[in-house]
Structures are given as C-alpha cells and as structure tokens.
Design a binder for this molecule. Structure first.
Ligand code: PLP
Length: 404
C-alpha cells in the first residue's frame, strides 16, 4: 500500500529529491542492465582518495577509534580546519569557530536553520546549486534569486547581488567557484560586497566547497576579505569532498562566529551527532598533510577542461563560457531545442540518456533552462566518448528540427 503524499508534512510539498541525484539513479539502472553508460553527471572526483588519507583511516580503525566523539568534531580536526584557512588565506580563525558536519551540505543546512526563518528573504544566485534554494525554503525563509549572465562568464558581481537586497534580506548565500558554472566572485567585487553587507548587518554565507579547484592562478582570497570586513556576520562553508576526493566520507564544516557554531552544534546534537569518527581522522590527514595531491588533481582537471572545450568547439551551436574553477562546463544548448522536437533541456538530457547513454544534468536543475551541466570529473577517454555522443546527438536534433 502506498502512502498518499497528502499525508506528509506540508513542508514536503516544496522539497523533492536533489535533481542532480536523479541522473545518477537512472544511469545506475542502465549500467546494471549492461549498457555502456558515459557518466558526465556526477559531481564528484573520479580520483581515488589519496593514500595518506586512507592510511589515517586504517590507523583509526586499527586503534579502535570507533566511538562517539565530541559532537562538533574532535578538537584536532577543528583546529586543522581553522589552520588550513589561516595558512592558506592569512585569516585568524580558532578551532572553536569551527563545526565539522556530514559534508558541506549538512554544514550549509545548519547555517540556514540557525540563521534564517519565516519572513526572511535570503538572496542567492542562479544558475546555482539547487540545494541552496531548498535549504532556504526548509528553514522557512524565502529565496530571492539574482541571475548571473553568460556575457560576463556568469561571474557574480557586487552590483548584481546588491540590486537584489530588500529591507527583508537577512542573508546572502554565495557559491564561488560556482556549481554549475565554474564562475568566481572576483576579489574586488568581494571587497565592495563585504563593505555593503557589513554596513547593512546582513549575514553572508559563502560556500567555498570548490575553493581548492581554481584554474590559472586567479587570486581568490575571499575568507580574508570577508573576515576582515564582517567577521561577526560571516559563515564559511567548506568541504573535504571535492578537494581531497572524499565525497563518500562525508566531511564538511562551517567556520563562523561562536554563537552560530553553538546553534549548529545544538542542531547536530539532535540530528546526527558527530561525523563518523574514522572520517574525522582521515580529514585531519587531508588537511594537515601535503597538499600536493590537491595540486596534482587540479592539473589533471585543467587538462580535461581545456580538452573538453576544444572538442566541444567542433560544434559551434553548443555555446559555453570558460569555467574558472570547479569541474563543470555549462553549455547553452538552446539552439537544439524547438517546440516540435526536444522542447526543453530536460527533454534533451532525458532523450540523450535513452538514445546515447550519456548522463548530463539539465539546466533546469540549476534554475537555468536551456543549459546542460557536463561534469569533467571523469577520465579523458570517457570524456572524449561523451563529447562524441553529445555532438552526434545534438546534430541529429538540429537536423530533425530543420526538417520539421
Ligand atoms: C556548490 C556545492 N556546495 C556544497 C556541496 C557539498 O558537498 P559535500 O556535502 O559532499 O561536502 C556541493 C556538492 O555537490 C556543491 O556542489
């Protein structure tokens, strides 16, 4: 017997499964049926977790470090998170300004629940990561969305953000490098924003989960710029997932004023308690060990990004801007859509998966119809195969459209 959805709590009317996870589920079904699926949907590194990190986990297991830990994370890990920021960015955070959560996702959820509620507007941006919109709504607040544009490489600017503020704006949530665009908030824009948000007493939650994945040496010292101007209203969300290829370990964190950390700690104490004890030891190794593994992965992502852009340029109707960070390309495929053929990018992505067995994520998931998110966190050889199929499929769609 199925339970009617009307029996569920009203908040569930607005929440569905993360759309970025749907493609993965479909792909799994096809793979189980023996189909050669190219997965360009996944938002996770294809690299193994580096050996010194897994060794720390083995050591934790062997020494029976398998019990509850302090709820916000073991002191060494909280100190290691603070030290990573202080070493990389010249900030002066302390361990008691850190809580470790089950991924950046849970950390961001705690920030939303601790800071926002009914009557609050929380400004964020599109194209953007859907979880941010959903978490604002789950907190009972209202998302206010400003749009970044392909003409500017989807870059976030102070003007765009400030134009979206109203007297009801209680917080701003920004993501840089951004999923799905790879766009960055430039330091100069961050300075302008920091001054204005601080003057207005608006919270800033900055999702820096891809902070270690920036190409071409672009300066991006957002932690220091914002901490200098508005430390009492600043919440940084970070994660071990993308930088250290640790998505399955579930380790992220907030760096925030102590009152926010206490609130997040209270929430976590009734929700999930501490992050897995083994994961915490592994994360200490990740944060305090050599960062060469991060640099090596970045070099490889950059090669893939550059190659992917070259290959896709073979079909000029697939238009895209160069991503500055993260590991996604976000092409505009609207030239291949038509009322009598593939009408939306969801149609495009679904039919592409069924006919060519390639997973990509439709732009609708990121509040950007007409686009696709292509993850290049996969091997060069799979990427080449995926692009070959994408161009073949797009040209077929264009031909069908021309004939109609
Ligand atoms: C923009 C953004 N922020 C945060 C996260 C959280 O990742 P995790 O919960 O694995 O740390 C993700 C994951 O896809 C992301 O894309």
């Amino acid at each position: 017997m199925t339970t009617p959805t009307g029996q569920l709590a009203p908040r569930m009317k607005n929440v569905g499964l993360s759309p970025t996870m749907k493609g993965t589920i479909e792909a799994e079904k096809l793979k189980r049926a023996g189909v050669d699926v190219v997965d360009l949907g996944a938002g996770e590194p294809d690299f193994p977790t580096p050996a010194h990190i897994t060794a720390a986990a083995h050591a934790a297991l062997d020494s029976q470090f398998t019990k509850y830990t302090a709820n916000p994370g073991i002191a060494d890990l909280r100190a290691a998170v603070a030290a990573r920021y202080n070493d990389d960015y010249g900030t002066s955070f302390a361990g008691d300004e850190v809580i470790v959560a089950a991924g950046g996702k849970q950390a961001l959820y705690h920030a939303a629940m601790a800071l926002f509620g009914p009557g609050d507007e929380v400004l964020t941006h599109a194209p953007g990561w859907p979880t941010i919109y959903e978490q604002i709504k789950l907190a009972g607040a209202t998302p206010a969305i400003v749009r970044t544009r392909p003409e500017n490489g989807f870059a976030l600017t102070a003007d765009v953000v400030l134009a979206g503020l109203t007297p009801n704006t209680r917080g701003v949530i920004l993501n840089s490098p951004g999923n799905p665009t790879g766009a960055l908030l430039a330091e100069s824009e961050a300075r302008t924003l920091a001054a204005e948000l601080s003057r207005r007493g608006v919270w800033l939650v900055i999702d820096l989960c891809y902070e270690q994945l920036i190409y071409d040496d672009v300066p991006h010292n957002l932690p220091k710029i914002f901490a200098d101007a508005m430390r009492d209203r600043l919440v940084i969300a970070g994660s071990a997932s993308k930088s250290y290829a640790m998505t399955g370990w579930r380790c992220g964190w907030l760096v925030a004023p102590k009152a926010v950390i206490s609130a997040a700690n209270a929430l976590q104490s009734h929700e999930s308690s501490n992050v897995n004890s083994i994961t915490q030891k592994a994360a200490i190794a990740a944060l305090t060990g050599s960062q060469q593994c991060v640099k090596d992965m970045l070099v490889e992502y950059q090669k893939r990004r550059d190659q992917l852009m070259k290959w896709l340029a073979e079909e000029p109707r697939i238009r895209f801007v160069t991503p500055r960070g993260a590991f996604y390309l976000f092409p505009d495929i609207s030239d291949f859509l038509s009322p009598d053929g593939l009408r939306t990018s969801i149609d495009f992505a679904d039919t592409f998966l069924q006919e060519e067995h390639v997973v990509v994520t439709a732009g609708e998931a990121f509040d950007a119809p007409g686009y696709l998110r292509v993850s290049y966190a996969t091997s060069m050889e799979r990427l080449r195969e995926g692009v070959t199929r994408l161009i073949r499929f797009a040209r077929k769609a264009a031909l069908a459209h021309a004939r109609a």
